[in-house]
Design a protein around this ligand. Structure first.
Ligand code: GDP
Length: 473
């Protein structure tokens, strides 16, 4: 890499290093001081790059008050399983499809926009549940302005309801309570309000400041009121952004599309993303080749709070990655490469540390926990996360599954290398291995298994784990 950057021959650089007494191969890492000596020896100019230098290229524009314009709120639906999150998202989406095109367009891009009767625009994240919310937040992308807490009136407050309240409070995001399934005979909205009180959620009916709306995702009752409640909450928040600047956004989901290549749904947070813009997103970069909105239509640009599919990426980013528009190709490439490199180093040291820690801890406790290491690659971030969660549940005191690494996209040679080093099989969920990875796996005897149904995967892993230690899992 150093030779490459200096535009010198690799052999010459290696030779120089050897002259200095360093017996290195061409892919070996050398420290910064040595690299500096080499660069000087070859008569090149040295430029040490730090995190700050690289990230400075991304325009940290501070928007002036007069440049800010109102923007739609971004809403996430959370709540206990089966309380109707998905049904509610579907019902709300249907209200946005105007009668003429009803039933026609249901392009799933991970987020969509609707207009309320009074004309307010609202953006919904289409990935319910707090797993997505938290993983985005842990990656530094706080995109949600308002949380809709769904509580089924026939089931009332349940463990995940309480978790969702905790997540919303931790993020400092205001909540609106949607008391769902009010069409059901056993519905008791008052009980929901009373139970929420125990968790310090005081609804308006109890003189608090949390709006509560009785709805039914099935009959459509109360949906308009819910949308208006969101619009009202948004007004109180005075959400604003500058649409006239280099765009910044957060990846909601990303996948490798067979026909279109890597595709990411980005929720624009500031500025306006336009066709032809050059950008960096996490460890990837690209140039906007096309933008597709939630109706499946191609658009030329997308402003604040608008979700769009972005085509023209050089690789698949991860949910929660931040997209920034930069000036030139070379800047974008440099930042992406720098980040990938930094992340790789971090992973290498972190990986070694945890293994050592684990070994030490195990030795100390003198217990024998057998581990089944696996490596997971999936088509979208959501399924990768669902798999990790399912895997973590497998196991007992004697054996457990350890996910060494997981990611989105095809299985690559790097994955095979990591799997070989750890004696782990590679799981491909709705993705295949590329051909270098396949031959590498053959050569190294690494097992690759393909799945498209999570339950099948769980069953097989359970079987493998129990085989590891003839224990009941
Ligand atoms: P999620 O797990 O929170 O996404 O819940 P779902 O949207 O999958 O809903 C769980 C079940 O409750 C499904 O069988 C829905 O048809 C049903 N359901 C959701 N909302 C309502 C509602 O308002 N009324 C009735 N009667 N059933 C509902």
């Amino acid at each position: 890499e150093l030779a490459n950057r200096m535009a010198e021959r690799v052999a010459d650089v290696v030779k120089s290093l050897m002259k200095m007494g360093m017996m290195v191969t061409q892919n070996q890492a050398i420290d910064a001081d040595t690299a500096e000596l080499i660069v000087e020896e070859f008569g090149h100019r040295i430029q040490r790059v730090s995190d700050a230098d690289v990230e400075d290229v991304i325009q940290q524009i501070v928007d002036k008050e007069e440049e800010l314009q109102p923007r739609p709120p971004v809403v996430t639906i959370m709540g206990h399983v089966d309380h109707g999150k998905t049904s509610l998202l579907d019902a709300i989406r249907k209200t946005s499809v105007t009668t003429g095109e009803a039933g026609g367009i249901t392009q799933h891009i991970g987020a969509y926009q609707v207009t309320t009767e009074s004309g307010a625009l609202l953006s919904f994240l289409d990935t319910p549940g707090h797993a997505a919310f938290t993983s985005m937040r842990s990656r530094g992308a706080q995109v949600t302005d308002i949380v809709i807490l769904v509580v089924a009136a026939d089931d009332s407050v349940m463990p995940q309801t309480i978790e969702a309240i905790a997540h919303a409070k931790a993020a400092g995001v205001p909540m609106i309570v949607a008391i769902n399934k009010c069409d059901k005979p056993g519905a008791d909205a008052q009980k929901v309000r009373a139970e929420l009180l125990q968790h310090e959620v005081v609804v308006e009916e109890f003189s608090g400041d949390v709006q509560d709306i009785e709805v039914s995702a099935i009959t459509g009752q109360g949906l308009d009121s819910l949308l208006e409640a969101i619009a009202l909450q948004a007004e109180i928040l005075e959400l604003k952004a500058n649409p006239n600047r280099a765009a910044q956004g957060a990846v909601i989901e990303a996948q490798l599309d067979v026909g279109r290549g890597p595709v990411a749904t980005v929720l624009i947070q500031k500025g306006t993303l336009k066709r032809g813009d050059i950008f960096v997103v996490g460890e990837q970069w690209g140039k906007v080749r096309a933008l597709v909105n939630d109706q499946g239509e191609r658009v030329d640009e997308a402003g604040p709070s608008v979700p769009v599919e972005v085509l023209g990426l050089n690789g698949t980013p991860e949910a929660g990655d931040v997209l920034n528009v930069v000036d030139t190709d070379s800047q974008a490439r440099e930042i992406a490469e720098y980040r990938a490199h930094a992340a790789k180093e971090k992973r290498a040291t972190a990986g070694a540390a945890t293994t050592l820690d684990q070994l030490l801890a195990q030795a100390k406790a003198n217990e024998s926990v057998a581990e089944l290491p696996i490596l997971v690659k999936a088509d979208v971030q959501g399924s990768a996360e669902a798999i990790i969660q399912a895997m973590e549940k497998i196991g007992n005191d004697e054996v457990r599954v350890r996910v060494l690494h997981y990611g989105v996209g095809a299985i690559t040679e790097t994955d095979i290398g990591l799997a070989e080093a750890s004696g782990a099989p590679v799981i491909g969920f709705n993705v295949r291995a590329n051909s270098p990875a396949r031959s590498s796996a053959n050569q190294k005897g690494v097992e690759i298994r393909y799945y498209s149904v999570i339950y099948d995967l769980v069953d097989d892993v359970k079987a493998a784990a129990s085989g590891l230690l003839s224990a009941e899992i």
